[in-house]
Design a protein around this ligand. Structure first.
Ligand SMILES: Cc1ncc(COP(=O)(O)O)c(C=O)c1O
Length: 409
């Protein structure tokens, strides 16, 4: 029995993931196992809650800033978990990762310039680029037998364009779950350097790694113009609504620019809750995370086996990192509309692939950060509904065989 076998008691419908309004909107019913929003439906690490209780126990909410404490805790974490030596002076604090990315895009590029995004991509990337008045330059990842790799020829062709000045990289990659290797990252850095493109590396999923897949931060690769290690404790520790974002760069000119920018907007200090919770997580969260990763691995293995043996029309992209899995349903032969309807009928609250790539009609992303039994029963329901749909499809095709229906002339 694991602590993760039981979800925390739901105390209301205001969590986005469980909100009936959204569930009805996306799945046509509120009776859904919500496996969509990328947060956790699991008990979080006790030191985090203790730190938050410490803040409320004082019953005092005076000004309190401790960015240095946060940066020291993050530095210690990356040294222990990823053997990465960072200088605490090279961090800038932000309210969240998306704030950091949005401000970087505005700072590093000019209006109408192109920002390259590899597709499929976390859907907010496109929004933050276009809402800054910049152009999204898509570069599709290559899929070979379900494994995604970067298309270096396409990257070269797109980054060569003089008005493409930045690229957002996501490592580990949401939604495909790829953890980019050092060799792959070196190749991107070489191409970007050749064309004076700055890489902004979103590494918020850095700690969610399945065995055999070490994380390489872009900050460990020499010679780039990149800003890397943009992250927060949100994904690692299930701290989505009390999260502290940060960026790390050894580029001193850019560091100063970003520090001055957040200072001018009074964004760079977090609050008592985010500060105490973040320090507690990074200083005392190791054991909890190790247990969670073992649990996640067990869930991924179960899903992999279930799909291969019971639902061979649905193929899982090899899972390397993040707690999202990316499923290709095209071999079921069902059209996108039927697939969408099936999700609702099965109460299977996956995220449609089209959120990440407008052409990914037959893909879904499934969040596995929930008790394994909930995942198992959701997949079993999904299989039953898909089986019925596939059977219906086969029967319909048999009833009106194309040739017989052509008549005599
Ligand atoms: C790759 C990636 N970046 C950023 C975020 C959101 O970060 P934040 O909530 O800190 O803005 C997410 C959330 O799912 C994500 O997957």
């Amino acid at each position: 029995m694991s602590q993760f076998d039981t979800a925390p008691a739901k105390t209301g419908d205001t969590f986005v993931r469980h909100n009936p309004k959204y569930l009805n909107m996306f799945y046509g019913t509120k009776d859904v196992t919500p496996l969509w929003v990328a947060d956790m439906d699991l008990p979080i690490a006790a030191p985090i809650t203790q730190a938050l209780q410490h803040v409320t126990d004082r019953a005092q909410y005076a000004y309190e800033f401790n960015s240095e404490g946060v940066f020291d805790a993050i530095t210690g974490w990356f040294k222990r978990r990823h053997a990465l030596t960072l200088d605490p002076a090279n961090f800038v604090q932000f309210p969240g990762v998306l704030t950091a990315l949005s401000l970087l895009v505005r700072e590093l590029t000019q209006p109408d310039e192109g920002v390259l995004i590899q597709l499929p991509a976390y859907h907010q990337f496109q929004k933050l680029v276009t809402s800054a008045g910049r152009r999204v330059v898509p570069s599709p990842l290559k899929s070979t037998n379900g494994t995604y790799t970067m298309d270096y020829d396409d990257l070269e062709a797109k980054l060569r364009q003089p008005d493409v000045t930045a690229m957002i990289l996501c490592n580990p990659h949401n939604p495909t779950g790829r953890v980019w290797t050092k060799v792959e990252l070196e190749q991107v850095v070489t191409i970007a350097n050749r064309h004076n493109v700055t890489i902004v590396s979103d590494e918020v999923h850095a700690d969610i790694l399945l065995s055999g897949h070490p994380f390489t931060s872009l900050s460990s690769i020499d010679g780039g113009r990149h800003v890397s290690l943009i992250g927060s404790p949100a994904k690692t520790f299930g701290m989505h609504s009390i999260s502290d974002g940060y960026l790390y760069t050894a580029n001193q000119a850019l560091l100063k620019t970003m520090k001055d920018l957040v200072d001018s907007m009074y964004l760079g200090h977090g609050n008592a809750f985010t500060t105490h919770a973040t320090i507690a997580a990074f200083e005392h969260g190791d054991a909890w995370l190790d247990e969670f990763l073992t649990y996640l691995e067990g869930t991924v293995d179960w899903v992999d086996h279930f799909l291969k043996t019971k639902l061979p029309g649905v193929r899982m992209t090899p899972a390397e990192g993040t707690y999202q899995i990316w499923l290709d349903c095209s071999a079921t032969g069902l059209d996108a509309e039927t697939l969408k309807r099936s999700l609702g009928t099965a109460g299977f609250g996956a995220t449609p692939g089209t959120w990440f790539d407008a052409t990914a009609h037959q893909f879904i992303r499934v969040n596995l950060a929930a008790p394994r039994d909930e995942i198992k029963s959701a997949f079993k329901r999904f299989k039953d509904v898909l089986d019925q749909e596939i059977l219906k499809d086969v029967r319909q095709n048999r009833q009106i065989p194309a040739k017989e229906n052509q008549g005599c002339c």
